[in-house]
Design a protein around this ligand. Structure first.
Ligand code: ZN
Length: 88
């Protein structure tokens, strides 16, 4: 089992991925993927999103990753251009 845990962890370390893709890419059966995820959760934080986008197959649904989604850049605080005074 430790080998499977490492395989599953390596698959979700960078991008949110759905359980089907984790299973296909690691050749670990989906129920064993769930077991591996609960093992990983005992050691580090696992982010599970109910409606995220899988970076592998692109479907929107439950996805898992070890990295939280990046917050959207905040542009609300930006000020307008500085005015230039021209002298004639
Ligand atoms: Zn997927």
């Amino acid at each position: 089992m430790p080998g499977r845990v490492a395989l599953v962890a390596a698959r979700i370390i960078e991008f949110p991925t759905c359980t089907n893709c984790i299973a296909m890419q690691t050749a670990v059966a989906p129920p064993d993927v769930e077991v591996a995820l609960s093992e990983i959760q005992r050691i580090i934080v696992v982010y599970q999103e109910g409606s995220g986008q899988c970076h592998s197959c692109g479907i929107v649904g439950p996805v898992t990753s070890l990295t939280p989604e990046e917050p959207q850049p905040d542009v609300a605080g930006r000020r307008g251009r500085r005015r230039f005074h021209r002298t004639r």
